[in-house]
Design a protein around this ligand. Sequence first.
Ligand SMILES: [Fe+2]
Ligand SMILES: [Fe+2]
Length: 151
Amino acid sequence: MTSDEVIDLLTEAYVDELETVMNYLTNSIVLDGVHAEEVKESLAEDVEEELEHARLLGQRLKQLDESPPGSEGFEARQSSLQPPADTTDVQSVIEGVLEAEENAMETYRALYEAAGEANDPVTEDVAVTVLADEEAHHTEFRGFQKEFPTD
Ligand SMILES: [Fe+2]
Ligand SMILES: [Fe+2]
């Protein structure tokens, strides 16, 4: 029906989505300044989408007779998405979001490939659906990044 690799990737992606929910929510609350409002609004909207991704992945695990994990054993990995010490440092949050979205895109491409090899078209469909959202998030934050001069 599917492979261990598919299960592992679904589980990893589920945990990553929930870490993303936490960090986007926190940053949507804490940022300050004239450049912050649009970024905060976008992050708040993305919280809902990332949570929906976790729901889709968890439901797919359940259909495969596996359980999505709880918080025990959770290892935080998004060091670049921690709320900045300087709350007007919107740029560091934008960079953190771009990195998180790139990692997510990589995971969903890997999930798509693994599901294809396992002849699991339903998981392939989940991977494509979520990948399309992550590419849209990435494009939006690349737009925000253009407002900030590099060096
Ligand atoms: Fe996501
Ligand atoms: Fe995303």
